[in-house]
Design a protein around this ligand. Structure first.
Ligand SMILES: *Cc1c(COP(=O)(O)O)cnc(C)c1O
Length: 439
């Protein structure tokens, strides 16, 4: 069994995270429950930052907060001195409400609304990562009308295919994100940005995909950008002061996933940039990265209570848990794989194989196929590892299932950071017909 971060099996044969017995967490807070190993998040953030420090370059590590977003997570990110990426007004609102320094917030997205751009201007955030010509015109017009300025990066699609699942790859040319590098759209966007009296073009952004296990893709992306720098300098007079290479650093979900340590991705990126800047005789720009999954993914564990089981002789044994695609959409969406253990009997021999079903009314609501476990009993607590990224943040109310609670654990203590949704919460926005205004 692979245990992440501070996870271990204690003398009572139970899974412990951050020095806290997970079966006690299940009793105290109920299930399903997301449990975050705060020490592991700290370790990851430090790992990325230290790698840049070792390379001696100016940098920003920005947490791509779509992976997991709530007030406490933004507070923690601020404490860890990382910047914040947001992709919607809702994430921006939450980050600001958590007291994140607006100057450290970067705003992404392929279809930011006028209201969202206005929020960014009002809050005076660090930069907007402009995705397309429509946004460039909108942002320029809003800034001009209010005599405000905004720093921007231009998101480009470098045409690099990361070795990953097709649906979560965004670096190919055929992508909804960013300005296409090959068809001169980027040069045009640079020209428009440089001509703007209100927008300040800091540099270029690319993000080649997710769950990437090698550095080749990043090296290719750096090379692609540098192939065009000469032209941009000659034709547009543009020399970037920031190059942002996005996120996508892989983590270990299951056996066979072989991520590199954070430092390996960073040093390869920085060294490639250093070599190419030297060749082109320009200063090394600030280098930014945007880890999401690799900061919080394996720090998260979901606790479920096992309910019904179903044995189909010689075919399959199903066990059902009290959550499913309502708290973890990734298996249904990406065919994502997970490992897990019985939290209350963590070191018992795994003599059986079960497929873990969610409780939603979809045959596709399967969390894990073929998970080795001991013979399970009702009320056992199943811990599913590595659910910290794109788990809670994709949680939904399908079948009107309330979203789980979230706790942080560290040094033997737990703290509730997101309350469990209640049935009352579920109808909070509903307007009953009996309140209808007669026309
Ligand atoms: C999603 C995203 C990230 C983070 O990706 P991870 O795979 O979670 O590290 C970073 N940058 C951008 C632009 C993204 O869209």
């Amino acid at each position: 069994m692979y245990l992440h971060g501070t996870s271990k099996i204690n003398v009572a044969n139970r899974l412990e995270i951050g020095g806290v017995d997970t079966t006690e967490l299940a009793v105290e807070y109920g299930t399903p429950l997301f449990v975050y190993d705060v020490a592991l998040i700290r370790q990851r953030a430090e790992g990325f930052k230290q790698a840049f420090e070792n390379e001696g370059v100016a940098y920003q590590v920005a947490y791509a907060s779509k992976a997991f977003s709530c007030l406490a997570m933004y507070e923690l990110a601020s404490e860890l001195d990382v910047s914040i990426d947001v992709v919607s007004g809702g994430e921006l609102y939450t980050a600001l409400a958590a007291g994140v320094d607006p100057g450290r917030i970067h705003f992404h997205g392929n279809n930011k609304s006028r209201d969202e751009l206005q929020m960014a201007i009002d809050a005076d955030i660090g930069c907007v990562v402009v995705d397309n010509f429509y946004e460039l015109r909108e942002l320029e017009a809003l800034c001009a009308a209010q005599r405000r300025g905004m720093d921007i990066l231009l998101r480009i699609t470098p045409g690099v295919e990361a070795h990953t699942h097709e649906f979560i790859s965004t670096g190919q040319e055929d992508s909804k994100f960013g300005f296409d590098l090959e068809s001169n759209q980027v040069s045009e966007a640079i020209r428009l940005s440089m001509a703007s009296a209100h927008l300040t073009l800091l540099g270029i952004h690319s993000h080649i995909g997710s769950q990437i296990f090698e550095t080749d893709g990043f090296v290719l992306a750096v090379e692609k950008v540098f192939e065009h720098l000469g032209q941009w300098r000659a034709e547009e007079g543009f020399v970037p002061s920031v190059l942002n290479f996005g996120g996508g650093f892989g983590i270990r979900y299951v056996e066979g996933d072989t991520p590199l340590p954070p430092s390996a991705y960073v040093s390869k990126l920085v060294q490639t940039v250093k070599t190419l800047t030297q060749q082109q005789g320009i200063d090394v720009p600030e280098i930014w990265i945007e880890p999401g999954r690799s900061l919080v993914g394996d720090a998260g564990t979901t606790l479920y209570t096992i309910g019904s089981t179903k044995d189909i002789p010689n075919v399959r044994r199903y066990l059902s848990v009290d959550g499913g695609m309502s708290d973890n959409l990734r298996p249904a969406l990406y065919d994502a794989k997970y490992e897990g253990v019985l939290a209350n009997r963590a070191s018992e021999p795994t003599t059986e194989v079960y497929s873990v079903a969610g409780k939603c009314c979809e045959s596709g609501d399967m969390l894990v196929w073929d998970l080795p476990l001991p013979e399970v009993q009702h009320e056992d607590v199943l811990a599913m590892f590595c659910t910290g990224a794109y788990g809670y943040s994709m949680a939904n109310n399908y079948n009107r299932i309330p979203r789980p609670a979230v706790v942080f654990v560290e040094n033997g203590k737990s703290q509730l950071v997101v309350k469990r949704e209640t049935y009352e919460d579920l109808v909070r926005l509903d307007v009953p017909l009996k309140e209808k205004v007669e026309l």
